[in-house]
Design a protein around this ligand. Structure first.
Ligand SMILES: [Cu+2]
Length: 173
């Protein structure tokens, strides 16, 4: 009879830890479009970005990368959303468009903007998982859950031990 509450705590903790992992797994299994890197460099004319226009998705990173250029360049967004700094012959500057940053971003190379050294980044919203996919995702999550089973008992057991100790000590008084 006195063992019953402990059995209940074991059950509750086990379910709670499984659900906790379900919530943690959900965002990763929804990512059908993993973050990508897009490199923008300077073309052989030395006065153009290459490519001068890219379309990316929220979560992606644009990397401004050039080295050993004859002229120093930079990349400055017109509203200073990003800014690679002073014009340099060697630049390696990355900017990540976070979720919610969808839109169009125009940037220039400050010393050469008048020569047409300008560019544009179009950031598209991160794709939403289709609503009719819910059952499939649950299945995927359950499969992930099975793979994660070996490390589940570790935190479940530690919580249960603490509670079991509490219940036992309370039972004595
Ligand atoms: Cu330039």
């Amino acid at each position: 009879m006195s063992q019953r509450p402990i059995a209940w705590f074991v059950l509750i903790f086990f379910i709670a830890s499984i659900q906790g992992d379900l919530f943690l797994d959900a965002p990763t299994s929804n990512q059908e479009d993993p973050p990508e890197d897009f490199i923008i460099t300077v073309d052989s004319t030395n006065l153009r970005f290459s490519p001068s226009s890219v379309t990316v998705t929220e979560g992606d990173t644009v990397r401004f990368f050039w080295s050993g250029q004859a002229l120093p360049h930079n990349a400055v967004e017109q509203n200073e959303v990003f800014d690679s700094g002073e014009p340099e012959r060697n630049v390696d500057y990355s900017f990540t468009f976070e979720i919610g940053m969808n839109g169009t971003y125009d940037f220039v190379c400050e010393p050469h903007a008048a020569f047409g050294m300008v560019g544009q980044i179009i950031v598209e919203p991160a794709p939403m998982p289709p609503p009719d996919n819910t059952t499939n995702e649950t299945n995927t999550t359950m499969t992930d859950e099975a793979e994660n089973m070996p490390h589940l008992p570790l935190h479940a057991v530690s919580g249960v031990l603490v509670l079991a100790a509490l219940v036992r000590s309370k039972g004595r008084y």
